[in-house]
Design a protein around this ligand. Sequence first.
Ligand code: MRU
Length: 359
Amino acid sequence: MKVNGTPYRTVWMEGATVRMIDQRWLPHRFCVADLATVAATCTAIREMWVRGAGAIGATAGYAMAQAALLAEGHGWRAQIAAAAEQVRATRPTAQNLFFAVARVAAAISTAADLAAARAQAVAAAQAIADADARACEAIGAAGMELIRDGARVLTHCNAGWLAFVDWGSALSPIYKAARAGRRVRVLADETRPRGQGAMLTAWELAGEGIDHAIIADNAAALLMARGQIDLVIVGADRIAANGDVANKIGTLEKAICARHFHLPFYVAAPTATIDWDCPTGAAIPIEERDADEVLTAWGRDADGVIVRVRTANPTSPALNPAFDVTPAELIAGILTEHGIVAPAELAPIRPPRPTSAHG
Ligand code: MRU
């Protein structure tokens, strides 16, 4: 997608440097971060310079390639294995991260020497990023049929192109429908505590010229009751084999509200987000983040300086689970690169396990 006319991916690699749009400062400042070491790339994932399942996955793949490029001496296999552990420990919920680490590790497992491992790791990481972009565009092509002219779509968090390598998952059908000339209005939940909806989804939609409004997280039920929402499309961080979906905290409430008001609730995700070894949503690890995210807020002050202020009672603790699980029975369909699939019928789109060194 384009930023001020220039095409960007969310994350990419140049030599041994991982480069990414630094999402900490959006929408107030657009800048690109350069990460020269695996430790720095891991910090960027953990501290959410890059976030969103697909973007995290692509970054994890590049971190593995970076580990291969920076490894040296006879201990190179152990160095890459240690890097894989570092990457896996950054964030626990997004399946794409674990998918990417496993893919690159499989690609280099048969490498005869470090030179081969480097070439195979870089190729595998690039293939993961390219596949993510392609899958998201295909999700848009499949999902745009849901968006009739004049549709009003509720979304939660940011499952747009910033959350992937390009296009996005939940927003991709909206971009495709808008480019096909359909009028579409998006209601973007602000998504406390990190504000991905208010800051990132709104920034993306504004950049694409799409009619939208940010709403408080607790406003959706009223808008549904008033008939001001036609459908809901959200992303996913991990999908269990039975179709249960982990997504940003607050998603479950929207699904329950949608069921109450008889509105279709869709999830959009590439198959790299499906954890085939996870039987149900109960087994999905839910990240608990720092309580400070709930107790404080970020913003730009009147002088243009980005500041963090404490908004909550100073002596109160907080709980900060970052994701929740929506049961498959509340989901009308899962938008994937293979089309729209019933959550209970994922098995036919399961890809074969990689058999070659290149995965
Ligand atoms: O904590 P984040 O920002 O990495 O959370 C992930 C998300 O952006 C959402 O849960 C999103 O809806 C799914 S990831 C495309």
